[in-house]
Design a protein around this ligand. Structure first.
Ligand SMILES: *[C@@H]1O[C@H](CO)[C@@H](O)[C@H](O)[C@H]1NC(C)=O
Ligand SMILES: *[C@@H]1O[C@H](CO)[C@@H](O)[C@H](O)[C@H]1NC(C)=O
Ligand SMILES: *[C@@H]1O[C@H](CO)[C@@H](O)[C@H](O)[C@H]1NC(C)=O
Ligand SMILES: *[C@@H]1O[C@H](CO)[C@@H](O)[C@H](O)[C@H]1NC(C)=O
Ligand SMILES: *[C@@H]1O[C@H](CO)[C@@H](O)[C@H](O)[C@H]1NC(C)=O
Ligand SMILES: *[C@@H]1O[C@H](CO)[C@@H](O)[C@H](O)[C@H]1NC(C)=O
Length: 499
């Protein structure tokens, strides 16, 4: 796709949605590459009006500025804000994420993707990188903070925007599937470019201009070995693990402090939702299921699958429900056998890629409207799909914003299984009810309200601790960086708009 690549329709882009999942043992991690990310915002005005970069950078040692007159003998710690781990001051493992860790030295930090078994040495701009001989072969050295980034997965886009670093995002792959309104706008204006596919010269130039290329962790393109960083958020086995990759991304921007405030807030909000949902006496049975039509990818054999993915299981249990992934098997080749297995499931989250309404759902599962009384999920009017937030090409935010916003995803799952644990007027983000005909919410560049590229994209969750079950959703998420007068003012403004 050439430089100004929007709007892109599936027929002309060459990067249209893939209707079959690429073969991969990491499943969704690769699948998510095709899905773009993120969101601007309508309701959530409060969070982060203050740029994390401004809050943390200027004036701090190192921080957002390059060091001048570096002298190692001065023994200065250039990273006063570290990802914290009370247990150790060496390998600083993070609270939830299982697949990365960070270690700090005076003028550099070593960020390790433990899934990809790869170290990234991030040294403060203006200081001298440590000797490569001190590290494993293949270790990558990057001067930080980075100011130009390429995102090969649209999942990365969400993390970068939540840190308020859209200004650093220069190149995006599969840009036709980006859900973020402001990144869509940036693409339209040419401030962000879609990664070129056909012209290899241009593609190499685009990569050359980037300080870092955030990839999926498993493939590195020729010529980009020195700057491609593998990210594994979609493989980290839990919603809070996934969100905590905000801290991984933050190390490249020296934004550890704001990232930790953000993940702390997501954790707290998540745990509050979890407590509210688990106070309910019933445990509805939930299955995350999908149908795959016969094709050359599956020996022309139709199949129905019940997902056993860890993060879905954790979300289900934390939403006060029971996770169902089959009794003796989770993949079926006849709809009769599959339907017998899910007969008593109370809530279905339909992950079938194609087909977006109840009619398509019934057809793909081998059901008709006459079956309503025989299947609990139909009688309960409880069939949901993950495409509640999409771009005009059906680029799903489920694969981007939802990876980072663990608390908001749990809120959506609770809305599906225990709606009375949330305010009556709470809106869906990703999980829309297709029995009730809830529509896809289509995000375009016109939904970009935060035109300042350093305004962090706020989390979509409501604030659990102040929610009122009588119908008002409480104020927007409390992710404010600092209790400044500005934040207070905007909080009042948001309250005035919401109540
Ligand atoms: C790293 O690579 C060099 C040559 O490419 C080799 O001599 C050296 O043994 C390697 N070191 C390790 C630790 O694998
Ligand atoms: C490929 O890109 C290069 C660099 O932008 C440009 O000079 C060249 O004309 C392009 N080639 C084609 C065939 O468009
Ligand atoms: C990558 O580079 C190596 C040698 O540098 C070459 O053998 C290989 O074919 C290249 N791969 C691609 C996909 O261009
Ligand atoms: C594909 O399907 C045919 C007939 O349905 C069967 O004989 C064959 O074993 C299948 N192949 C694989 C790899 O499953
Ligand atoms: C269901 O998931 C669990 C892991 O959560 C797994 O151990 C079990 O084998 C799965 N059951 C089926 C039938 O796939
Ligand atoms: C996007 O903007 C349109 C108006 O341009 C509005 O109607 C719609 O509600 C917005 N969608 C979301 C999800 O904010």
């Amino acid at each position: 796709m050439a430089i100004q690549s929007f709007p892109i329709t599936p027929s002309t882009s060459g990067k249209s949605p893939r209707w079959t999942q690429p073969v991969s043992f990491y499943g969704q991690s690769v699948f998510s590459k095709y899905y773009a990310h993120s969101i601007c915002v309508f309701l959530l005005l409060v969070p982060f009006l203050i740029s994390p970069a401004a809050a943390q950078g200027q004036g701090a040692i190192g921080g957002q500025n390059c060091v001048t007159n570096y002298n190692a003998a001065d023994n200065v710690d250039y990273f006063p804000s570290k990802i914290s781990d009370p247990g150790s001051d060496q390998e600083r493992v993070v609270d939830n994420a299982a697949l990365f860790k960070v270690r700090y030295a005076n003028n550099y930090k070593v960020v390790t993707n433990t899934a990809g078994k790869k170290d990234y040495v991030l040294y403060q701009c203006g200081t001298t990188a440590p000797a490569a001989s001190e590290f494993a072969n293949g270790t990558i050295f990057i001067s930080v903070p980075v100011t130009a980034a390429a995102a090969l997965t649209t999942t990365s886009v969400a993390f970068i925007e939540m840190l308020g670093k859209r200004s650093a995002l220069k190149v995006v792959d599969t840009e036709g599937l980006v859900s973020s309104p402001c990144v869509q706008l940036g693409l339209e204006k040419g401030e962000i470019v879609g990664l070129e596919d056909a012209n290899k010269t241009l593609r190499a130039e685009q990569f050359k201009g980037a300080d870092v290329i955030f990839g999926d962790g498993f493939s590195v393109e020729n010529g980009t070995e020195s700057k491609t960083v593998g990210t594994s958020e979609v493989s980290d086995p839990g919603p809070l693990n996934r969100a905590e990759w905000l801290e991984f991304y933050s190390t490249f921007f020296n934004l550890e402090e704001s990232a930790q405030k953000l993940t702390g807030s997501i954790n707290n909000n998540y745990n509050c939702f979890k407590a509210a949902a688990n106070a309910k006496a019933t445990k509805p049975i939930v299955a995350w299921s999908s149908y795959v039509a016969p094709s050359s990818y599956n020996n022309n054999t139709a199949s129905w699958t019940l997902s056993g993915a860890d993060y879905k299981k954790i979300l289900t249990v934390d939403a006060g429900a029971a996770f169902y992934n089959g009794t003796d098997k989770n993949t079926f080749t006849t709809s009769a056998e599959f339907l017998a297995s899910i007969k008593d499931v109370d809530v279905i989250i339909d992950e079938t890629f194609a087909g977006s309404d109840l009619t398509a759902f019934l057809t793909s599962y081998g059901l008709t409207t006459a079956d309503t009384a025989n299947y609990k999920f139909l009688a309960n009017k409880a069939v949901f799909r993950e495409d509640g937030l999409v771009n005009p090409n059906d680029g799903r935010d489920w694969f981007s914003g939802a990876v980072a916003m663990g608390d908001a995803v749990l809120q959506d799952v609770i809305r599906a299984v225990h709606p009375d644990a949330l305010p009556k007027d709470v809106k869906y983000n990703w999980l829309r009810n297709i029995v009730n005909g809830e529509p896809k919410q289509v995000l375009t560049s016109s939904n970009c309200t935060a035109t300042d590229a350093s305004t962090p994209v706020p989390d979509r969750a409501i604030v659990c601790s102040t929610m009122k079950l009588d119908g008002s959703s409480g104020s927007a998420a409390n992710k404010a960086v600092a209790g400044s007068a500005l934040t207070a003012f905007v909080g009042l403004l948001a309250a005035a708009l919401l109540f």
